[in-house]
Every structure is written in structure tokens, then in C-alpha cells.
Write a protein that binds this ligand. Sequence first.
Ligand code: AHR
Length: 489
Amino acid sequence: MIILDCRASIDATSPIGRFDRRCYGQFIEHLGECIYGGIWVGEDSNIPNVRGYRLDVLDAVKQLNCPTVRWPGGNFASGYHWLDGIGPREKRPKRYDMAWGQDEPNTFGTDEFIDWCSLVGAEPWVVVNAGNGTPEEAAHWVEYCNSNRDTYYAQLRRQYGHVSPYRVKIWGVGNELYGRWQIGFCVDGVECARRTVEFANEMKTVDSEIRLIAVGCEDLEWNIAMVKNAGEYFDYLSIHIYIGGDKPYRELVAYSVDIERRLRNVYELIQDVRRKYNIKREIKLAFDEWNVWYSEAKPPLLRQITSVKDAVFTAGVLNSLHRLCNEVPIAAFAQTVNVIPLIVASDDGRMVLTPQYYVFKLYGESVGDYILPTVVDSQLYKSSELNRYIPFIDVSAMITEGGGTLYLYVVNRHETEYAYIQTTFKGFKPSKGGMKTVAGKSIEDRNTLENPHVVGIEEADIKIENNKVNLELKPHSVNVVKLQGETNT
Ligand code: AHR
């Protein structure tokens, strides 16, 4: 008996919005072995490297087609003084990092970050220190990165060998300033709004083209105060959501549905506050830290090795971000390497790519230009933690400019059952296609240093009959279907 017999319909005639690749962003922080050991090993290391950047990790990140990378933190950003990390490496000071209790050698700083971003093909995204730093220090950082003037910090950049400005466009103004764990935290949203205005004022005086991300959270009063008092000064409000991984499979994979609801709620609140206080500037969300976080991932290393079930959760979130293309155009997965990671890079030179990595790879190499509305008819199950019904099947869809290629992103959350899905289209006639899948054999399958190739990307055929696409999906699977065809409006 077929248990999961589903239908999906895709409307290619009325896109929801433009797809912004930046929702596939990554995040790296000076924490544990993310930067030192993961991104940077130094030119003298036995581990193969390019100018000190670890080569296997660099290639793996390059293959993600990653649009943006957020740096230097995280909590680390709130105590980081960027001047420590520029100039001759042997002269840079070693500092005590109060956020994570580690020694920071400052070997990897702004110039290394920008260089690494250009090697992996990503746009840099810098978070300034709005914890124990000053607006002036942040403005000087903008000058160092972006200015073409004949002034001190722009000259300093030239003196260190970087003639052309870096043109860093995305800047975060602080990190999690609502939290008592944060160096220089704010007592409430009013205080944070005031601080944000001061930072934005000075940073924008140096470069008016930059786009700013202010600190938000899921607290109504905080967000109201931020938008009311600082809404004309920033472009995105930041939201971080980590889901505790130590829960039953069905509960974990249900959480992407909850994340989608929560992000939409915050976005709608922002729009209500903008209307009420006549804030003219458009404000969207930056979902700039998200992941599953297992209890085993403790400071200082925050190590975990995720499995197929986390890949299913991750694809659910990416599908949600597709649907939220107008509300949440920019995001950053926490984190890329060694810290609650996509990529595990050990100090003996081995590397492991997690099933979550393969989801990002699959999605990153299969992008269109417009998100399409989808209607899915799927069986449901009850999530007791969320107290709501969750569809076993999640589908999002995208089409390229001109309509020649349509992508379906299909998640089968069921842990044991194959799913059979008949897909119909309005305004698109599929002629040929194929499917790529991340599923492993069980929800617990994972790649380890000893056994690195347990889970990967598999290819499968699909059936196209009478303009319908019939899919057979493995249990606990993430599937990307690429269809060639033509629009027929
Ligand atoms: O990603 C790890 C930490 O989690 C970040 O430093 C902080 O912003 C968050 O609480």
C-alpha cells in the first residue's frame, strides 16, 4: 500500500518574488577551530594551503556557490578591535577574547577575510563591534575598507598593499546586544536603538552606500523600540534561531515550519511599527544565524557532527527562505567550518562534508530567478512540541528568467516511507529533467573522519507524462528536480 501519495501544483504564471541568492549565506567566527584550523592554517603548515588559507576547506566552500560570508562574529564581534588584525602579522597583538575565553592571535584579520572571500567567490559581510567598540572605530573600519580618499585609514589600506577599496556593502551593527552574555549588551531596545543610530550616523558619513543590519530578536518590545527609534537608520533587522537537536526526528524536522511562521511574524510586526510611526525606510529581515545545535556542541570548540535528519531540517529551512524571499532576502548559516559546522576540518589534514553541506551544495548549484507559488496536498503528522500538524512533504519552486528551467525543491520528512508525488504546472510545459537527492540510508547516517563518504548526492530519473512530473522520493530525503521546458501562458 502506498502511504504517501501526494499532489503538488506549481504556478509559473505568477511568481511570489525575485529570488535573492544571499539567503544561502554563510557565517564564520573567531571561535573554537573555525578560523584557526578551519579557514586559516598559515603558510608554513603541513596542511596544503593558499597564502595560509586551508585549501580543502577553500575548495569545499567554493563549491557551495556561496553568495555572502558574515564575519568576525557572533559574540566575538562585540569585543573585537579591527585595528589589531591589520598590518604585518608578526606585529599584531595577541589579545584575550572575552566572549569565548580564548587567545586571539589576530593573524586572520580584515585583509585576510576579504582575500579569502574573493578566493571562494563570496561577498564579504562585516559585523562591527557595537559592544565595547565605538561608532568612531566602526566608521574608521568603513573608511579602511571602502574609502578612496587620501585620508589616514584609506591610506593605511594602501600602505598594506591594497590599492583599490574593498567596497564592503553589508555591515552588521553589533551582535545579539539583547543578551546578558554579550559584551556591552543593551538593557532594552530603546538603548540599542540609540546606539544603532550613533553607529549608523558615523558609518554612513564615510560611505552612504553601505547597507546596515541592526540587532533584532523575537521580543516584541525590543523590535518595536528598534524600528520606532532607529528605523530610518538601518535596512535589515537581524534574527537568530537555533533549534536544539536533542529531540525526536519528527519534532526536529517540523521546526522549519515554525521558523517560517516566526520570521513572518517578526516581519509583519516591523511593517506595523513602520506604518504606525511613519518610518519611510524599507526594513526586511536578515536571518543571520541559524542551525541545529546539539548539547554535545559546547564551548570552546562547539563541535558536532550532524546527520541526515539535520539535512532534512536544513532543506526545510531553505524552502521556507524561498517562500520568504520578499521578507527575508538575506541569511547566514551558523557556521561554515568546525563550529556547529557544515564542514569538519581536522588538524591532521582530513576533512568531512556533512549531509547539511550537501544540501547547501545541491541548492546552491540549482538556482533560478523567481520563486513560484506551490500548493501541496500531503499527509500530515502531529508535532507535539509545536502543537500543530506538519506536512510530510514540503515543496518550493523557482524558475529562471525567460522560463527555460524550473527547479523543484522537495523534502520528504517521512522517516520510513517513499513518497509518490504527481506535479502539475500552470504556465510551464516540462520536456525533460532529472533529480538529485541527499538521503543516506537512515536518518542517523553521517559522514565521519573515519568514514567520510556514507552520505552524498545521488542522481535519479523522473517521469514526465502529459505535462505532469511524477516523482518517487526516498524516505527522509532532500531532492532537487531540474526541469527543462517552456512557458506556455
Ligand atoms: O554561532 C555561535 C554563537 O551563537 C554566536 O557567536 C552568537 O551570536 C550566538 O549566540
